[in-house]
Design a binder for this molecule. Structure first.
Ligand SMILES: Nc1ncnc2c1ncn2[C@@H]1O[C@H](COP(=O)(O)OP(=O)(O)OP(=O)(O)O)[C@@H](O)[C@H]1O
Length: 301
């Protein structure tokens, strides 16, 4: 499978701060890829480098073989980026905004696709409304439509669902999944890890400007997170021998790391010997959030 996006040793500094410390990363054509990381990890900076909006200090970024610096126009045509920040001209209507963006790409007969975007993103009734009159969520929809106006083969969404309602999330993801099914490559950054877990096949995690994890979702989940055993005890005391396994304590329940089911028997025996009864027990399956916290070196809750 060919490469949709390639970052090679991309470095970027803002004064003293090393926002990107030499990122090597490839996204393959047709993937639904998640780029995750805590606030300030460098996700938006990396995406800005890809869009040619930020110039890397060294290294290079390519979209479908076009270098975003040397071959800016070709690269720009191949990628649609939905930015995190809402930027728009308040005097244009929604349709004018999309027509103007089409003109930027030299697309004159783009009406059918613009109508489809308006329809698919629930914007049809707002087509003639001025941008300034729209709610935040509606403006976000226009940002998505604007990025897709030239039907780019590679689509990058930087936190597209931050602060938007359930209806948009569902419409947006249904539409983006359809585009992915038709062969478009999708890269998504989000702090909603369950969205990434549901939608993406491969995941990269950034921390302080470095790539700290990169794998298929299933492999990442299998390698990084053990199952968790949630226990309610009477008396409410965790024996000292089990303290090293404690992951967190939430709402009167102890969450203990459970490597395999053999460990479970030993844990129950320890409780029995300490005279502590199990009032309730649940085995929690690993999720992307637990993997994320594990990779980032943090504990849940
Ligand atoms: N123009 C800039 N000038 C100075 N520092 C910047 C600039 N842009 C980004 N930074 C810094 O670079 C680091 C990476 O920021 P970036 O926005 O890429 O992170 P992020 O992973 O997208 O975070 P978030 O999840 O909050 O969007 C941060 O410490 C940020 O403060």
């Amino acid at each position: 499978m060919s490469v949709a996006i390639r970052f090679s040793a991309v470095k970027k500094r803002f004064g003293e701060l090393e926002a990107l410390k030499g990122i090597d990363l490839e996204v393959r054509e047709g993937e639904f890829f998640a780029l995750l990381g805590p606030n300030g990890a460098g996700k938006t900076t990396l995406i800005s480098v890809l869009g040619g909006l930020t110039q890397a200090d060294s290294g290079k970024a390519e979209v479908l073989g076009s270098d975003v610096q040397r071959d800016y126009r070709a690269a720009r045509r191949k990628v649609g980026i939905v930015p995190q920040e809402l930027t728009f001209d308040p005097f244009f209507t929604v349709r004018e905004t999309l027509q103007f963006q089409s003109g930027y790409f030299g697309l004159r007969r783009n009406h059918a696709w613009i109508d489809e975007l308006l329809e698919q993103l629930g914007l049809a009734s707002k087509a003639d409304a001025n941008m300034r009159s729209l709610s935040g969520g509606m403006k976000r929809r226009v940002m998505v439509a604007q990025a897709l106006v030239h039907k780019p083969p590679v689509i990058v969404l930087d936190e597209p669902t931050a602060g938007v309602d359930v209806a948009l999330r569902q419409t947006l993801w249904a539409f983006i999944q359809r585009l992915n099914g038709e062969g478009h490559t999708i890269v998504l950054t989000t702090h909603y890890l369950e969205e990434a877990e549901t939608l993406c096949n491969r995941i990269a995690m950034l921390k302080q400007g470095e790539l700290v994890a990169l794998d298929d979702k299933a492999a990442l989940m299998a390698s990084h997170s053990a199952r968790v055993l949630s226990l309610r005890l009477f008396p409410d005391v965790l024996p000292a021998a089990l303290q090293p396994l404690l992951v967190s304590q939430e709402g009167g329940a102890y969450q203990l790391k459970l490597d395999d089911c053999g460990t479970l028997e030993a844990m129950l025996a320890t409780l029995r010997e300490a005279g502590v009864a199990v009032q309730d027990m649940e085995i929690l399956k690993p999720d992307l959030e637990s993997v994320f916290l594990d990779v980032m070196g943090r504990k849940r809750g």
